[in-house]
Design a protein around this ligand. Structure first.
Ligand code: DGY
Length: 322
């Protein structure tokens, strides 16, 4: 029997590519750039499986293909708001993601953003490299102490819980959270996390607000001008989730006016373009590095392979999301 034909939209860690190429009739997008809609439509006609990433917008127009050959879209990443899962279902195509394996690294990055923003490490480094540092003085580049403060988590799933662990056990922070879905008491117990009954309650109380909800239409601009105005003036906003969750112009305005103290952002609406207003602020900004460690990127690849293996064996893939 011939091997299933797989198209991988970007270059992956070498070890995973090697195994994929041994196991399947695999093609990698040598150009290593986001795929165009036309290329993705062609992929759905020609391949049994398609493996995109967050950089490929697999919207409804991509599924506008008569009689697609593709039966599974095995995405490389936990977030799947770049895929129109309703359109996939209609086309009879299974969709999977890669949860769990990147929770720790993404939480590590959320804490990196929190500390960098709170202690103004980005501004300090820029000043030093520009040769503008004139030496130690008591009033120089004063930041915010996070230790012992309140860490507010919006979206208390796996990554939110890992971030909470780091804030609580590492920095003695009290954890509060809001999640639209019920959270089991055991999940909150390890960080003594207390639930709040609304997003607004978390925003009003937290010194650091860390976002961990999915992107997509349902959470579009959830953090808008009105909600930013509820945050404390000393507060830091951290977004390692999805860019579209925050209204970037409203955030830039809040930072410029000083109604919040800082922001740490790893994700942007319309990335890799950065909303121009944010570039004029002191926000810490990173190029979507949440899962960017060798072991994590490999683990994400193995997880895609597990999903493909289950699917082609005729069993249910462990990480099916549609
Ligand atoms: C994810 O996994 O959703 C990251 O944002 C990119 O891999």
């Amino acid at each position: 029997m011939s091997k299933p034909k797989i198209l991988v939209s970007r270059r992956w860690p070498e070890a995973v590519e090697k195994k994929l190429a041994e196991t399947y009739d695999a093609t990698f997008n040598e150009a290593d750039r986001p795929m165009t809609k036309e290329e993705m439509r062609q992929a759905l006609k020609d391949y049994d499986a398609f493996c995109p990433t967050v950089s490929d917008t697999v919207d409804a127009s991509v599924f506008d293909v008569s009689d697609p050959r593709t039966r599974i879209i095995a995405s490389y990443g936990v977030g799947f708001s770049h895929i129109d899962t309703d359109a996939a279902k209609k086309a009879g195509i299974v969709v999977t993601n890669t949860p769990e394996v990147l929770s720790e690294c993404t939480a590590d990055l959320a804490i990196t953003l929190m500390l960098t923003a709170a202690r103004r490490a980005n501004e300090g480094e820029r000043e030093l490299r520009a040769g503008e540092w004139t030496g130690w003085r008591p009033t120089h580049m004063i930041g915010t102490k996070v230790s012992g403060g309140t860490f507010g988590v919006l979206g208390f799933g796996r990554i939110g819980q890992e971030a909470a662990k780091r804030a609580h056990h590492g920095f003695g922070m009290n954890v509060i959270y809001y999640d639209a879905y019920p959270v089991s008491p055991e999940k909150a117990a390890t960080t003594k996390a207390e639930a709040r009954d609304s997003i607004e309650a978390v925003l009003r109380e937290a010194d650091v607000v860390s976002l961990h909800m999915p992107g997509g239409k349902e959470n579009y601009h959830l953090i808008n001008a009105e909600r930013l105005a509820m945050m404390k003036p000393n507060a830091i906003l951290v977004n390692s989730a999805r860019g579209e969750v925050v209204d970037a112009n409203a955030l830039a305005e809040a930072l410029k006016k000083g109604t919040i103290a800082g922001a740490g952002l790893d994700v942007f609406e319309g990335e890799p373009t950065i909303p121009p207003a944010l570039l004029e602020t002191h926000a810490v900004m990173l190029p979507h590095l949440g899962s960017a460690t060798q072991s994590t990127r490999e683990a994400m690849g193995w997880r895609v392979m597990d999903n493909l293996e289950a699917f082609f064996k005729g069993t249910e893939p462990g990480d099916r999301v549609a």
